[in-house]
Design a protein around this ligand. Sequence first.
Ligand code: UGY
Ligand code: MN
Length: 281
Amino acid sequence: SKSDDGFCSAPSITESDEKTKPIYWKVTNPTLSPSHLQDLPGYTRSVYKRDHALITPESHVFSPLPDWTNTLGAYLITPAMGSHFVMYFAKMKEMSSSGLPPKDIERLVFVVDGAVTLTNTSSSSTKLTVDSYAYLPPNFHHSLDCVESATLVVFERRYERLGSHTTELIVGSTDKKPLLETPGEVFELRKLLPVSLAYDFNIHIMDFQPGEFLNVKEVHYNQHGLLLLEGQGIYRLGDNWYPVQAGDVIWMAPFVPQWYAALGKNRSRYLLYKDVNRNPL
Ligand SMILES: NC(=O)N[C@H](N)C(=O)O
Ligand SMILES: [Mn+2]
């Protein structure tokens, strides 16, 4: 028919998929996954620049994680880029276990798929399912064990002490965290860690409805590691404007101009590492 061969025609998108899948399913089932790109050799949306990087799922490279058992890891952000933290995916397979971070390194794990059990010496074990997280203070003995399979996003950095403050084990889930005030902004904000001085970073969960965008065209001293958990939109980084979608990871160096606008039909949600509470000098 006439409408089928119009020069602006595009395949229609089925919305039914989105509605029936568990939350965050796009992180482990991205639209442009390698299987969908077999006919487009050499194509990736990933970029790596001095002050930012976009690392899309077809570029994620997994290899066995040292110290973990039966687990594949993909380091997405490391100090080789200029960051003071690492961000990686840990794909835990059947009967797998975590290793411990090096001395004085703090860790935050967030479950995007499957489930793990957190065990430590002082308390009983806790089950972490999708959308839950744990903060492990530096030198805190613990183990994350997985019976079936799980995908975690992990952040680690050298803890920067401040006076006599100390951090504590924290276990929680996004949906139990209160919405926080965001003066001048429209997005919804939750923070996974306490805002107290003991903590030298926080993880923000930011929600945008389609059409919403950051009002502040941010340029700041803090670093970011971002995982887009849901939705799609445009990320501005410096003078570059990137189409992004769930599963994409972004490294933002200090002072890179940054801005996001949510598009499409569904909520955008991203998880964002941000260093806080320390004098930059
Ligand atoms: N790129 C961002 O979303 N940045 C956050 N609004 C932040 O710096 O808090
Ligand atoms: Mn920012």
